[in-house]
Each structure stands twice: as structure tokens, then as C-alpha cells.
Design a protein around this ligand. Structure first.
Ligand SMILES: [Zn+2]
Length: 56
């Protein structure tokens, strides 16, 4: 579930998801981020949201 940053409509399903390695933090640990690409059905804006983070 993600919220459109423009009109606040909640979009339940991402059009696309992918995984991306984040930058290492201060201790040198990296996070793997799961990113979702959402399309707002109301205003047609496309936006991205981090769905989950985990250590790798
Ligand atoms: Zn919208």
C-alpha cells in the first residue's frame, strides 16, 4: 500500500517491483531495498516507494 504524493490516493498494488542495494551505512552494512513503482489511478502520477528494507 502506498500513497500518492500528489493527491493522497492510496494505491494498493505496485505496477512493478525491483530490488536495489542501498548505500552502506556508518558501520559499512548495506541494506537491500525493495522498491515499488505505483501508478495513481486518480491523477495518473507515477511514483516510487520503498516497500521493504533488509540487511544483506
Ligand atoms: Zn494521485
Amino acid at each position: 500500500m502506498a500513497k500518492c504524493p500528489k493527491c493522497n490516493t492510496e494505491v494498493s498494488k505496485p505496477r512493478k517491483t525491483w530490488k536495489m542495494a542501498g548505500r552502506p551505512d556508518r558501520t559499512g552494512k548495506r541494506m537491500q531495498l525493495e522498491i515499488g513503482l505505483f501508478d495513481c489511478p486518480k491523477c495518473k502520477k507515477t511514483f516510487r516507494e520503498v516497500l521493504s528494507k533488509k540487511k544483506i
